[in-house]
Design a protein around this ligand. Structure first.
Ligand code: ADP
Ligand code: ZN
Ligand code: ZN
Length: 740
């Protein structure tokens, strides 16, 4: 008698906040040969159905067979995820101790997560033929619908239209379209997924200098293996040129490069620069894409068609069947760390991926993170330096302005005003940096001392004068600004301190004849607004540029010769041990905006603490010396990168619950006899109340990563069984970057 076929148990990652995968039986009448890891299946879950990812097929289940349910439907003919992406997801779930189903959900573009087929990425579009371009509405006097569509295609849709855009033209557009196709004026085509490269004329070629050349050769010689590099190059040293040369080599060999950039760094300016220089199919992945566009970009990467993939954080999970190189630009940038849900660090995931695929990875920055410098110091990463600005640009002069006892004109000292005039008279541009938007960070009653506070957070409300509103920058709450003090009814409410909106007002009074642009999240909320104001700045329409973080990064503004940091004190005395590193990086970034072209730049830093050792080292000796000193401090304080951290957070509407839950968690951890792991806390979070919830945290610190992960792996899955687990929201953050 032939042996009964062995049961196949499908191990499926299901999008749910529970650890581990779930076992299912195959769908009825499903060919077992098609059940390969990497295919999606529709599975019953709870009362509904969800899309799951098949991780493995086993002979036996961990649950009783009568409790097993069958998957409903196989969604993919062939695996959607290749074995390397499956391994990546499994590793990430393990390393970040995050539920595997949520990890795989994060790996996929929304439409695929929803179970839509990959071939939805193929898109038919319609465009005018040459005859259609030449036709006029008069030729169609008896067919007004066709005339209208023709005109629309000629005026609004020169690059072709998709089905969605056509549908928006009204119900009869389809019929009119068919008529135009019959006339030979419109044609159907398969829209390219990749962005068009500007094929106009020869790419303008830059001769690499000696140091750039050496970096390219060093990396270029190791393209066939895992090799991590740190490209430490001052702003304007030509790092991007090094990337471009390497990408071209990799693409010419038929292989793919993944370039990750910070959120603010992914500007049309940058993409245009890449597209103008590389004649290879490129896709761009960022948060502004529609679900459909994201799917198409993903598909182009998965098919190997796209040779260059540029994206922000989540692009680190893009398929790369022909992986050749990974580049992380501005690798120190905190936007690479996902701060909620699946809290991964895209740079660290990228290093793991490069190792997995046996390709080099380049971590570029003018101000590498201390973690990365430490890895270079220990010989794990090869350090390549570009210490000089490329071309004719010179390094800027940096000076500290001691504002103690000085009169300030709306956050501006006389010294700064004087320098601004000097640069403006010469026709140059000035950049002012202030990391605080709104009019003033506090609204105070002069008669009784009342201060406007958020009712849901431990924070002041920020006064926004233009709309006369008080906003909380932590929970998003807002209200009309009072005219009278709610405590004493006085009308003496005063804005205290300066945000960008207020400094802008002061500047307009002081420099009425100069164009001023304010660049922050409030002024650039409208889509395209940032690009517009930057374009105006490039044309010289604005000569004073005032802004937050948004202005500090990535934009090439050659006419800026003076950069001013209006308030360096914010970052000097923070509870977060990374604050000084972040401040130093920011100062160098802002300084990098000054004098990028032929004119020498100047940088001024206003502070009440001119003798602060961090500022002194940074300014007199430069970032590398600052970093060395900061690393020594970290070692002495046993902080990362010398130790490894994980942060267990809990929050609840009842004040005492988070700490009580964390105490339970701590007691449980101690039962595991966590050798080599120190448990610190629980303590209230630095901002204890946010959005109406009380927050607390328990810090885990270990010298050896293995000891920490060993504890996390056994301990975390038990937390949901704790008595208070259902009364709080809790989460684990491995390698936390912010301790808030
Ligand atoms: P980074 O990325 O390090 O900030 P970029 O690659 O953007 O530097 O280069 C800064 C400027 O210097 C750009 O305008 C670039 O075109 C120019 N540049 C870079 N390398 C060279 C070179 N070898 N010769 C002349 N100009 C260069
Ligand atoms: Zn009052
Ligand atoms: Zn709030």
């Amino acid at each position: 008698m032939p042996a009964a076929p062995r049961p196949q148990i499908l191990q499926i990652a299901v999008p749910t906040p529970l650890y581990g995968s779930f076992d299912y039986l195959p769908p009825r009448a499903c060919d077992p040969a098609r059940l390969c890891p990497g295919v999606r299946l529709r599975v019953p879950f709870g009362r509904g159905h969800v899309t799951g990812m098949l991780l493995d097929v086993a002979a036996e289940s961990r649950v009783e067979s009568r409790r097993l349910r069958a998957a409903t439907e196989l969604l993919d003919e062939t695996p959607l995820l290749s074995p390397d992406l499956l391994a990546l997801g499994q590793w990430a779930a393990q390393y970040y101790h995050h539920p595997i189903g949520e990890v795989f959900a994060a790996l996929l573009p929304t439409l695929l997560r929803q179970g839509k087929p990959l071939h939805d990425a193929n898109e038919t579009q319609w465009r005018l033929t040459a005859a259609g371009q030449a036709a006029t509405a008069e030729d169609l006097q008896r067919a007004p619908r066709q005339a209208a569509l023709l005109q629309w295609l000629q005026q609004q849709a020169q690059h072709g239209a998709d089905a969605e855009q056509l549908a928006a033209q009204g119900g009869s557009a389809r019929a009119a379209l068919r008529a135009l196709i019959a006339k030979g004026w419109v044609e159907e085509y398969a829209a390219p997924i990749t962005i068009e490269t500007t094929d106009t004329g020869p790419a303008h070629h830059i001769e690499l200098n000696g140091m750039q050349h050496a970096a390219v050769e060093k990396i270029g010689a190791q393209l066939q293996q895992f090799a991590p590099f740190v490209l430490e190059g001052v702003t304007g040293s030509g790092k991007t040129e090094v990337y471009l040369e390497l990408i071209a080599r990799v693409a010419t060999a038929g292989r793919q490069t993944l370039v990750l950039v910070p959120e603010i760094g992914l500007t049309p300016q940058l993409v245009a620069r890449f597209a103008a220089r590389l004649r290879h199919p490129t896709v761009v992945l960022h948060s502004g894409l529609s679900d459909k566009q994201r799917l198409r970009a993903w598909a182009a990467a998965a098919s190997g068609e796209a040779k260059l993939i540029i994206g922000t954080r989540s692009a680190v999970f893009t398929p790369l069947p022909q992986a050749g190189l990974i580049i992380i630009d501005e690798e120190h940038d905190l936007s690479f760390k996902q701060q909620d849900g699946f809290r991964y660090h895209a740079r660290d995931v990228a290093v793991w991926r490069a190792h997995q695929r046996g390709v080099p990875i380049v971590l570029g920055s003018a101000t590498p993170s201390l973690e990365t410098l430490y890895n270079a110091e220990r010989g794990r990463y090869q350090l390549l330096q570009l210490p000089l600005r490329a071309g004719k640009a010179r390094p800027p002069r940096i000076a500290v302005i001691d504002v103690r006892h000085k009169k300030l004109h709306g956050a501006l000292s006389d010294a700064v005003l004087q320098k601004m005039r000097e640069h403006l008279v010469r026709g140059r541009q000035v950049l002012l940096f202030l990391n605080r938007r709104g009019y003033s960070p506090t609204l105070l009653c002069h008669d009784c001392g009342w201060i406007a506070r958020c009712k849901r957070c431990d924070a002041h409300l920020i006064y926004h004068q233009a709309q006369r509103r008080l906003r909380c920058h932590h929970c998003g709450g807002e209200q009309q600004a009072e005219v009278h003090c709610p405590e004493c009814s006085s009308d003496q409410l005063r804005p205290i301190g300066h945000g960008t909106e207020r400094v802008e007002q002061v500047l307009r009074e002081r420099f009425p004849e100069i164009g001023i642009a304010r660049i922050d999240r409030d002024s650039t909320r409208r889509k395209g607004a940032l690009q517009q104001v930057l374009a105006e700045a490039l044309r010289g329409e604005h000569r004073i540029l005032l802004g937050t973080q948004m202005l500090a990064k990535g934009h090439h503004l050659p006419e800026v010769t003076l950069a001013v940091i209006l308030d360096a004190d914010q970052g000097l005395f923070s509870v977060d041990f990374r604050a000084s590193e972040t401040l130093a990086q920011l100062i160098i970034q802002v300084a990098g905006r000054a004098g990028r072209a032929e004119q020498a730049g100047e940088v001024l830093i206003q502070t009440h603490h001119p003798d602060h050792p961090l500022l002194r080292t940074l300014i007199t000796a430069g970032y590398p010396h600052f970093a060395a000193a900061a690393l020594t401090e970290r070692r002495e304080a046993a902080l990362p990168p010398y130790t490894h951290l994980a942060l267990l957070r809990a929050e609840a509407t009842a004040a005492e619950l988070p700490q009580r839950f964390l105490s339970e968690a701590m007691a449980l951890a101690q039962q595991h006899n966590p050798h080599g792991v120190e448990l610190l806390g629980p303590v209230p979070a630095p901002m204890e109340r946010r959005a109406g919830r009380y927050r607390a945290q328990l810090l885990l610190q270990a010298e050896a990563r293995a000891a920490l992960h060993h504890l996390l792996a056994t301990w975390l899955p038990q937390l949901s069984a704790l008595p208070l687990a259902r009364k709080v929201r809790w989460s684990i953050d491995v390698d936390p970057m912010e301790m808030v």
